[in-house]
Structure formats: structure tokens, C-alpha cells
Design a protein around this ligand. Structure first.
Ligand SMILES: Cc1cc2nc3c(=O)[nH]c(=O)nc-3n(C[C@H](O)[C@H](O)[C@H](O)COP(=O)(O)O)c2cc1C
Length: 195
């Protein structure tokens, strides 16, 4: 691989996953696998695929499975997930604060934007100060009032268009991984060597 391509590969990984990847040895595999993540509709699949060649042993995949048949989410929440776009999501702590949830503040979750988050984002201290009153108001709203209530969702929620069985999601991931790897291998074979 040319040094320019190595630098670009490294930069893609660094931008996607932060500076901690900066010292990793560049590899073609992440670039070949990245398009798959767009197809299986979860950015965390990209995490998984990119980290495997770097030594990872597992994957977290949340949003895709919330819209699976076995998910315990209410139908209204699943419907909100299916209807949402990635641009409608944001990282926020306000839903954890209002519920008094012991979620670590350094890992803010990603959720669908709504009137509640618009009101309190940037005013987390004020929300904490009146947590008890605000939680009471929050809990008085209907469970499917998503203008106030939280729907956790990752950025590529816009690619989630159905609620299949969890087993089918896994089968799709595996089938698409095999397909993308085969396509990627073909690309590498057909690239003329420059060094
Ligand atoms: C079932 C479920 C529960 C979650 N609960 C929380 C939570 O209590 N607090 C929080 O900050 N984020 C929560 N999240 C959001 C995740 O931290 C994450 O930001 C979001 O799901 C997007 O990532 P993903 O694509 O891996 O799902 C939850 C996500 C899911 C799927």
C-alpha cells in the first residue's frame, strides 16, 4: 500500500474511532469492511468489523435489536425507531439526569431529539437542581409521548426499516459480511501493484 493510502486509511480510522486508534497498524480490511456497516444499519457493526482485525473479541449492537421481533420495547417505540432519521438523533445526558439514572456521564447516550432535550441540553446543571420536580412532570406524560419521553437510537437508525427476528438480523450481518469481504478481495486482486 502506498504511504498516502496508509495515511488516508489511518485517518479514516482515527476520525471514526478517535485518537486511540492512531497507533494501530493500517490495514486494508477496515476500508473494505466499512461499506457493510451502512448496509446492516448499525454503526456499531462498523465498530465490530473494524476492531476484529485489530484484536477485538466482541461487539455492542443496540439500536438494530430494539427494532427486532423479540425486543421488549413497546410497539410505539419500535415505530418511532423505524420512522426516524439519523439526523434526528443526538448525544445527550438529559434523559439520564431527569430519571436519576446512574449512567456514567462520560458516555452520554444517543437518542431521538425532542422538545424535552431541546429545552434542557446545555442546562444540565439546572435540570439536576430540579430533578425531582422534573422527573414527576416527565413521568406524568404518556409512555408514547416522544415529544418528552426518550427513544434511544444510534445515528444510522434511518437505515432500520423493519422488525425482523433477532436471528434474521444475525443472518443478514453474516451474509452481508461474506458478500462484502468477497467483493473487497476482488478489488484488492484487481488493483495493480505499484511497489
Ligand atoms: C435498550 C437501550 C437502553 C439504553 N439505555 C441508555 C441509558 O439508560 N442511558 C444512556 O445514556 N444511553 C442509553 N442507551 C443509548 C446507548 O448508550 C447508545 O448511545 C445508543 O443506543 C446508540 O448506539 P447503538 O447504535 O449501539 O445502539 C440505550 C440504548 C438501548 C438500545
Amino acid at each position: 500500500m502506498s504511504s498516502l493510502l496508509k495515511a488516508v486509511t489511518l485517518e479514516v480510522i482515527r476520525r471514526q474511532y478517535g485518537a486511540r486508534w492512531g497507533s494501530c497498524r493500517p490495514s486494508w480490511t477496515p476500508l473494505l469492511l466499512y461499506p457493510l456497516s451502512r448496509r446492516v444499519a448499525s454503526p456499531t457493526v462498523a465498530d465490530w468489523l473494524l476492531r476484529l482485525p485489530l484484536g477485538a473479541a466482541g461487539v455492542l449492537m443496540g439500536t438494530r435489536f430494539t427494532a427486532s421481533r423479540e425486543s421488549l420495547w413497546d410497539q410505539a417505540m419500535k415505530d418511532a425507531t423505524l420512522a426516524a432519521g439519523g439526523d434526528q438523533t443526538e448525544q445527550t445526558r438529559v434523559f439520564d439526569i431527569v430519571r436519576g439514572a446512574p449512567w456514567p456521564a462520560i458516555y452520554p447516550g444517543r437518542a431521538l431529539k425532542n422538545t424535552f432535550s431541546a429545552r434542557w441540553n446545555g442546562r444540565e446543571d439546572a435540570l439536576s437542581a430540579e430533578q425531582k420536580q422534573q422527573e414527576e412532570i416527565y413521568l406524568k406524560t404518556a409512555p408514547d409521548d416522544f415529544g418528552t419521553r426518550v427513544v434511544w437510537a444510534g445515528e444510522s437508525v434511518d437505515l432500520i426499516k423493519d422488525s425482523p427476528a433477532a436471528s434474521e438480523i444475525i443472518e443478514r450481518v453474516v451474509a452481508q459480511a461474506a458478500e462484502i469481504l468477497a467483493q473487497g478481495a476482488k478489488l484488492v486482486r484487481n488493483t495493480p501493484r505499484t511497489v
